[in-house]
Ligand binder design. Structure first.
Ligand code: CU
Length: 167
């Protein structure tokens, strides 16, 4: 009988070690897999455009729509425009705010006369009729980049009105 006892003990230890290892392995299998470099699940940015200042050196403005299909609030920390300097998120009455929020299952529209992005130091190579890139940076660090149409100030300000008379 003494021989049997000698066998049984190491076997028990082996079984315990194996089950411990299995526990550890099942803990967090996909930590590194879920961070995409661009894009944000449930969020779509569209209709991006940059309106150039009427007078060179003045700030321009950027507009876009952000559709939040997710169940969570999405916070925009800042917006970057390729070829321009710094930007600020402004309320309708031109007050800078440190972020803008899109409620769950709503579309937040940045548009003239409402919340908008003020764009400073607009580079000379940003020309009406061409495109640049607008990047929305979220409070959690995610980013979404989309092409932005570049428009002259007149076209946006005049809306549906006819063009100014030519000299
Ligand atoms: Cu403004």
């Amino acid at each position: 009988m003494t021989k049997a006892r000698h066998f049984a003990l190491p076997l028990l230890i082996a079984v315990a070690t194996v089950s411990l290892a299995a526990c550890k392995g099942a803990d967090k299998p996909e930590t590194a897999a879920s961070s995409a470099p661009e894009g944000k699940p449930g969020v779509t940015v569209s209709d991006a455009r940059l309106v150039l200042p009427a007078v060179a050196g003045n700030p321009g403005a950027a507009y876009f729509s952000l559709e939040n299909q997710s169940k969570e609030m999405v916070a925009i920390a800042s917006v970057a425009v390729t070829g321009a300097g710094k930007t600020e998120i402004h309320t309708a009455d031109m007050k800078p705010v440190d972020h803008a929020e899109a409620e769950p299952r709503t579309t937040l529209r940045f548009e003239p006369g409402k919340v908008h992005v003020m764009v400073f130091d607009v580079g000379a190579d940003l020309k009406a009729g061409s495109e640049t890139e607008l990047t929305v940076i979220f409070a959690d660090g995610d980013k979404v980049s989309v092409p932005a149409k570049i428009e002259a100030m007149g076209a946006a300000a005049m809306g549906g009105m006819s063009e100014a008379p030519k000299p």
